[in-house]
Design a protein around this ligand. Structure first.
Ligand code: ADP
Ligand code: MG
Length: 863
């Protein structure tokens, strides 16, 4: 009745952050006798180099391919089993003894030396026998008696009381079928054949105040079924029962275990090794019976080490389940990793092979996902459940423990391609990390209990030997002392009937003795009573102490629970913080991307703004330039317009004047006719005056019939007099060539008086020529006397004076010279006025048009 059992802290969630990568080792086996070409070279104690064999090189266009792979350590062909063990498995065994779990597996293609590495051969024991040996060498003296530890069927371990254990032991001894049959000895190698005693290893730091016990299980996974190789099935030679497969379960600490799997308690390396061979034998038999290929199965040898502290006295194992620690080391010899096509498997064998490959594939996938999760902080589900092998070892990867892998390679060229795949898997595996196991707390008893107990026992036997004979408890010493304290009895031989000395003396002596006896009885009773009371007192003391301890245990349990809860909480928070960190990281990255974008956009914006600015200023410049051109053109045109208006006015006036004159002449004819027909009716002076006034304006050749034939007045040269008529509207053209008539009467408007005095008339008339230049016409005529006494002018002659711009003429010439066919090509264009008009026209029509191009402005894009 040692109180309630508190749950062992589950190793499921490691509270430590420390992680170790999976230790991957590489072992290169020697080439076989018939193999010649080698494709592997060990180039350092951590690196190997693979080179493609000749045949393959040719296939790949002669491409010379060499690849290097690094490992925690590389073991060359000369490596002994002992050296390999010291590097690879020894630390795992040490961990096992210190309550930490370990997993060691061999990986490689068939024939690469996995089994040789794990099991070995006589004289060359592999990792398994060596591990067993080291375990027993270390805990040998501290092993508990058989059946003290007893596995429950839930992957846990109980401590039996001594009586039950003893009964179990007796039962075992009475059974004759103890697996120490001489028949197996002959065929299977014994442990002694595997390892020589001088190679023995021993772990340090074994807790002497604990008691240990080793249990082994041996299973085989074939075609994704689990078989117990140690299960004792009654052998039926007539109808052998096919082996029953086992299932995996999860225990209360979330560890996976094979439900109902035999766990054999072994007390020595020899015994353990014998059990191993028993399993091997069963495996061989099953393989032959069921026509299976052993290279296609995974074999798992599980060494469980149970340890519990000795009680305070140091003589029995503390019967408290919560104090029992169980650690295990799994030694796995995996199936050959080669692809199915390599072996000539057919039908169901092929399917099986597929499944086996499947389990290795799942292993690879799990490792891949684990690595990705760990490296990228993702939380992808690892598909452990997809195969039994990975499911069984799930705890090692997501719980805690040490995982090591020995990659076995055969350097022969035939294996090159498969070896390449093995190497890739190995490289990937090295990147996976597994939580480092934590140290477990030791129980609260004082250290050195076992030694003290041993010393006490030694002392006791020593004393017993001294006193001679086994007498109960302390009585021999006390009795002897008491016997010695009595006086010897006087001689009690009676000499005769009258001897009355002897008897009284004897009586006296006896009475004395009786008295002493009574005294002693009294003393004894007194002491006994005292002792009783003391014992009672002690008892009650003990009881209260026990109560106290009970109470403390309860509290401890609560505290444990609290600690566990807090640990869980911490775990949760840690996970959360990791997640958040990851998120922050992502956000940071996103921000960076956005910032980069922003910067580039800003840059672009700036450059665009600059371009816009440039274009704007360009536009402004162009605008001012255009404005200049427009005002220039406008000014020019205004001037031109004014000039043309003036000329037109002049022309119109002249026309008016001519018409007036004609009218006047007509009138004169009419009036003259009247005077001839009706003499008395003479034109009034007034009317004549008006007519005369009218006739002043020069008129073109008279349309009406003249009364008398026209004849020129005879006059001598120089005797003629001119009326020089220059209308006020005429523009002063600043010309050199000017009509200069001597003795002329200059008038702005012709009058009768001037005409009567002269016989010649000249009108200076300005008008536009066809080319737009002003030309001056001198319209000459002769003055006649009309019958009515008035004057008439008959125009006879016109002289034309024309001004020409020589610059324009020369330009015309030039342009005509450049013409390809001698024609003045751009005549219209080179003319100043046309050009202006075109420019203006362009300005009016389209805001910016081809007119600009004609003016020689640089070509530009339309906005
Ligand atoms: P696997 O288990 O990988 O199929 P084995 O362990 O059965 O391969 O090895 C095949 C053969 O090669 C065996 O005969 C074994 O003795 C031999 N062998 C393997 N590795 C070595 C080694 N390192 N040194 C010597 N022989 C070896
Ligand atoms: Mg093998």
């Amino acid at each position: 009745m040692k109180g309630k059992t508190t749950r062992r802290p589950p190793p499921k969630k490691p509270s430590n952050n420390q992680k170790d990568p999976v230790g991957v080792y590489c072992r290169v086996r020697p080439l076989g006798a018939e193999d010649e070409e080698c494709c592997i070279e060990v180039i350092s104690n951590t690196t190997i180099q693979l080179h493609a064999p000749d045949g393959l090189k040719a296939n790949r266009n002669g491409e010379f391919k060499e690849t290097q792979y690094s490992f925690k350590k590389v073991f060359g062909i000369k490596t002994t089993q002992r050296e390999l063990f010291a590097d690879v498995a020894k630390p795992l065994v040490e961990d096992l003894i210190h309550c930490k779990n370990g997993l060691l597996f061999t990986y490689g293609v068939t024939g690469s030396g996995k089994t040789y590495t794990m099991t070995g051969s006589p004289g060359q024991g592999g990792l398994l026998p060596r591990s067993l040996d080291m375990i027993f060498n270390s805990i040998g003296p501290y092993q508990a008696k058989r059946y003290v530890f007893k596995p429950d069927d839930k992957n846990g371990m109980e401590v039996q009381n001594q009586v039950d254990a003893l009964l179990d032991r007796q039962k075992r001894d009475s059974q004759t079928s103890v697996p120490k049959t001489p028949t197996t000895r002959r065929t299977d190698p014994e442990f002694a054949d595997m390892i020589s005693p001088e190679e023995a290893c021993k772990a340090g730091g074994v807790d002497e105040d604990s008691s240990y016990s080793v249990f082994v299980s041996y299973i085989e996974i074939y075609n994704n079924y689990i078989y117990d190789l140690l299960e004792e099935t009654p052998f039926d030679p007539i109808k052998p029962k096919p082996p029953q497969s086992k299932i995996l379960r999860e225990d209360q600490n979330h560890n996976m275990y094979v439900a109902g799997c035999t766990e054999v308690e072994v007390k020595s390396t020899e015994e353990a090794f014998e059990v191993f061979w028993r399993g091997q034998k069963k495996r061989r038999i099953a393989n032959t019976q069921l026509n299976r290929e052993s290279s296609r199965s995974h074999s798992v040898f599980i060494i469980k080490l149970a340890q519990a502290p000795l009680d305070a006295d140091g003589d029995t194992v503390l019967q408290d389940k919560s104090q029992v620690n169980v650690s295990q080391l799994c030694l796995v010899d995996l199936a050959g990793s080669e692809r199915t096509s390599r072996t000539r498997a057919e039908g169901s064998r092929l399917r099986e092979a597929g499944n086996i490959n499947q389990s290795l594939m799942t292993l690879r996938t799990c490792i891949e996902v684990l690595r990705e999760n760990q490296m990228c902080g993702t939380n992808k589900m690892v598909p452990y459940r997809d195969s039994k092998v990975t499911h069984l070892f799930k705890n090692y990867f997501d719980g805690e423990g040490k995982v090591r892998m020995v990659v076995c390679v055969n350097p022969k060229a035939d294996d090159y391609e498969e070896t390449l795949l093995v190497m890739r898997f190995a490289e990937m595996t090295q990147e996976v990390e597994v939580a480092r196991p934590v140290d477990r707390p030791i129980c609260g008893f004082a250290a050195g209990r076992r030694q003290r107990n041993q010393a006490f026992k030694d002392e006791l036997t020593h004393r017993l030997e001294e006193r001679g004979g086994p007498v109960d408890g302390e009585s021999p010493t006390v009795l002897n002392q008491l016997l010695q304290s009595f006086h010897p009895l006087p001689p009690c031989e009676i000499s005769g009937p009258n001897d009355d000395v002897t008897l009284p003396r004897l009586i006296e002596a006896l009475e004395k003795r009786h008295k002493i006896r009574q005294m002693m009885v009294e003393e004894y009773n007194k002491t006994a009573n005292m002792l009783k009371s003391v014992l009672q007192e002690q008892d009650s003391n003990l009881l209260s102490k026990e109560n106290f301890i009970q109470e403390q245990r309860g509290r401890l349990g609560e505290k444990d629970k609290m600690i566990q809860n807090q640990k869980n909480e911490i775990d949760r928070l840690e996970k959360k913080s990791k997640m958040l960190e990851y998120k922050i990281d992502i956000l940071q990255k996103t921000t960076n991307i956005y910032e980069e974008d922003k910067r580039s956009l800003q840059h672009e914006l700036e450059s665009r703004e600059q371009r816009l600015q440039r274009e704007m200023s360009e536009k402004r410049r162009m605008e001012t330039r255009m404005q200049g051109i427009v005002t220039d053109a406008k000014l020019k045109w205004e001037k031109e317009c004014e000039r043309r208006v003036n000329a037109k006015q002049l022309e119109m006036q002249n026309k008016l004047w001519v018409k007036d004159e004609k009218l006047k002449q007509l009138k004169a004819i009419v009036t003259e006719g009247k005077t001839e027909n009706r003499q008395p009716q003479r034109p009034s002076r007034e009317k004549d005056k008006v007519a005369a006034k009218r006739s002043v304006s020069p008129s073109p050749v008279p349309t009406g019939p003249l009364v008398r034939p026209l004849h020129r007045r005879s006059h001598s040269a120089g005797g003629e007099r001119w009326v020089d008529h220059k209308p006020t509207t005429n523009v002063d053209l600043d010309t050199v060539l000017q009509p200069n008539i001597p003795n002329a009467i200059k008038v702005n408007a012709p009058n009768e008086k001037a005409l009567s005095k002269c016989d010649k008339y000249v009108l200076t008339h300005q008008e536009f020529a066809s080319d737009g230049e002003i030309q001056t016409k001198l319209i000459k005529g002769e003055v006649f006397k009309t019958r009515g006494g008035g004057q008439a002018v008959q125009f006879t002659d016109i002289e034309t004076l024309k001004q020409e711009n020589p610059l324009a003429a020369s330009r015309k010439r030039r342009s005509s010279e450049t013409g390809p066919d001698g024609e003045p090509m751009e005549r219209n264009w080179t003319d100043v006025e046309t050009r202006c008009s075109v420019a203006v026209e362009m300005r009016a029509g389209s805001s910016l048009g081809p007119g600009y191009q004609h003016h020689g402005y640089p070509k530009r894009r339309k906005p």
